[in-house]
Design a protein around this ligand. Structure first.
Ligand code: NAD
Ligand code: DAU
Length: 352
C-alpha cells in the first residue's frame, strides 16, 4: 500500500511524513517542488529508507503526476503543497494562484483520471484528502462564536482567497465527478521545522540572534494555535474514518493574542537560554500592520471530536515548550534555512 503526499518537504508535510512512517510501513511517495519553503533536511532521518520515495516536481506537471499515479497506484493522495505565507501573498499573489488554484485543479484532474481506472476494493478505498485552512472563513468579531463547518467563506487575503478557491474545486470534483474527497480546515500550526518567516519561529530565531521582535499593529490579533503533531493526527484520523465529501475543522481550543504568544516565547527563552543583556521582551518592537490583517480566528472543533473522536493531545504550554527547545537544539537547521533568499525576504518585509 502506498500514499501520495504533496508538499511533504514543507513544515506540516514533513512532520506528517515523519509521523506516518513512525507508525506505519505504508510507503509514502512525496511530491514536492522544493520551493524556498521545502527542505529535504527535514526528512534527513529517512535517508536510505525505502518506504520514502521523494520526487522533486510540481503538482501542476500533469504528465509527472499521471506517471506517479500510474506507477505507484496510491490508495490516497494527501495534498499539502501550497504557497502558505499571507505576507508573501500580499507582495506577490501570482504564485499563490498558480500553485494553490491551478495546481490543485491539475491534481484533481489527475486524481479523477486515476480514480476512473480503479475497480473493486481499490476504488472503494481511494481518498483525496485536501489540507486547508481556517483563513477561508475570514475574520471574527471579538465575541462571535468560533468557525463551524457551516460558516460562510469570506477570505480576505490573496492567500486565503486562493485556498478558498481550492476548497471549492475539491468540493465540485466530488459533487460533479464523484471523486471521494475529504477536506480539513485547520488553525495556525506551530512546532519543529516551521520556517522562520511565520510568527512563532521568527520570534524564537530573532530573539536568539538579539534582533527586534516585530509585532504587527497593536498585537491584539487572535489566532487559535495547534501543535503540528496534533494536526498530523487529525489528518490521519480523517483519512482513516472521515465521511466522504465532508469537511472537518481542526483546532487547538487555544485562542491567544499575538502579543501574549511573543511574551510566552520570551519568558521560555529567559528560562532556557537567559541572555546576559536582559529579558528577551526588551526586543519587542511594534511595526506597521499587515494590510487587510484578519483580527481573529477561532475553530469550533466539535464535529471532528463528535464523529471521529479526535482531540489535540498537546496543550499550548507543553507544545510551545517543546517547540522552543527544538529550536534551541537545532541551530544548524536554522542556519541552513536562513539562506540568501531568506535574508532578502526579511529585508523586503521588515526593512533594514
Ligand atoms: P509550507 O510553505 O511550509 O510548505 C509547502 C510545501 O509545498 C513546500 O515544501 C513547498 O516546496 C511545496 N510546494 C509549493 N509549491 C509547490 C508546487 N507547485 N508543487 C509541489 N510542491 C510545492 O506550508 P505548510 O505551513 O507546511 O502548509 C501546508 C499546507 O497546510 C498548506 O496547504 C497550507 O495552506 C495548509 N495549512 C497550513 C497551516 C499553518 O499554520 N502552517 C494551517 C492550516 C493549513
Ligand atoms: O490560520 C491558519 C494559517 O496560519 C495558515 O493557513 C497559514 O498558512 C499560516 O501561515 C498561518 O497564517 P497567519 O497569517 O495567521 O500566520 P503568521 O505566522 O504569518 O502570523 C500569525 C499572526 O502574527 C498574524 O496575526 C500576523 C502576526 N505577525 C506575523 C509575523 C510574521 C506579526 O505580528 N509579526 C510578524 O513578523
Amino acid at each position: 500500500m502506498t500514499i501520495l503526499v504533496t508538499g511533504g518537504a514543507g513544515f506540516i508535510g514533513s512532520n506528517f511524513v515523519l509521523d506516518w512512517l513512525a507508525g506505519s510501513d505504508e510507503t509514502v511517495v512525496n511530491l514536492d517542488a522544493l520551493s524556498y519553503a521545502g527542505n529535504l533536511r527535514n526528512l534527513a532521518s529517512l535517508q536510505g529508507d525505502a518506504r520514502h520515495v521523494f520526487v522533486k516536481g510540481d503538482i501542476g506537471d500533469r504528465a509527472l503526476v499521471d506517471g506517479l499515479l500510474a506507477s505507484h497506484r496510491p490508495r490516497a493522495i494527501v495534498h499539502f503543497a501550497a504557497e502558505s505565507h499571507v505576507d508573501r501573498s500580499i507582495h506577490g499573489p501570482g504564485e499563490f494562484m498558480r500553485t494553490n488554484v491551478m495546481g490543485t485543479f491539475g491534481l484533481l484532474e489527475a486524481a479523477r483520471g486515476h480514480y476512473a481506472g480503479l475497480e473493486g476494493g481499490a476504488k472503494e478505498a481511494f481518498r483525496f484528502h485536501h489540507v486547508s485552512t481556517d483563513e477561508v472563513y475570514g475574520s471574527l468579531a471579538p465575541d462571535a462564536p468560533a468557525f463551524t463547518e457551516q460558516h460562510t467563506y469570506e477570505p480576505n487575503s490573496p492567500y486565503s482567497a486562493s485556498k478558498a478557491a481550492s476548497d471549492h474545486l475539491v468540493r465540485a470534483w466530488h459533487h460533479t465527478y464523484g471523486l471521494p474527497v475529504l477536506t480539513t480546515n485547520c488553525s495556525n500550526n506551530y512546532g519543529p521545522y516551521h520556517f522562520p518567516e511565520k510568527l512563532i519561529p521568527l520570534m524564537i530565531v530573532n530573539a536568539l540572534a538579539g534582533k527586534p521582535l516585530p509585532i504587527y499593529g497593536d498585537g491584539l490579533q487572535v489566532r487559535d494555535w495547534l501543535y503540528v503533531g496534533d494536526h498530523c493526527s487529525a489528518i490521519r484520523t480523517v483519512l482513516a474514518s472521515g465521511r466522504i465529501g465532508e469537511t472537518y475543522n481542526v483546532g487547538g481550543w487555544n485562542e491567544q493574542a499575538n502579543r501574549d504568544i511573543v511574551l510566552t516565547i520570551c519568558a521560555l527563552l529567559d528560562e532556557l537560554r537567559p541572555d546576559p543583556a536582559g529579558p528577551y521582551a526588551r526586543l519587542i518592537t511594534h511595526v506597521a500592520d499587515r494590510p487587510g490583517h484578519d483580527r481573529r480566528y477561532a475553530i469550533d472543533a466539535r464535529k471532528i471530536e463528535r464523529e471521529l473522536g479526535w482531540r489535540p493531545a498537546e496543550t499550548f504550554a507543553t507544545g510551545i515548550r517543546k517547540t522552543v527547545q527544538w529550536y534551541l537544539d537545532h541551530a544548524d537547521w536554522v542556519a541552513d534555512v536562513q539562506s540568501g533568499g531568506y535574508r532578502e525576504w526579511v529585508k523586503q518585509q521588515y526593512g533594514a
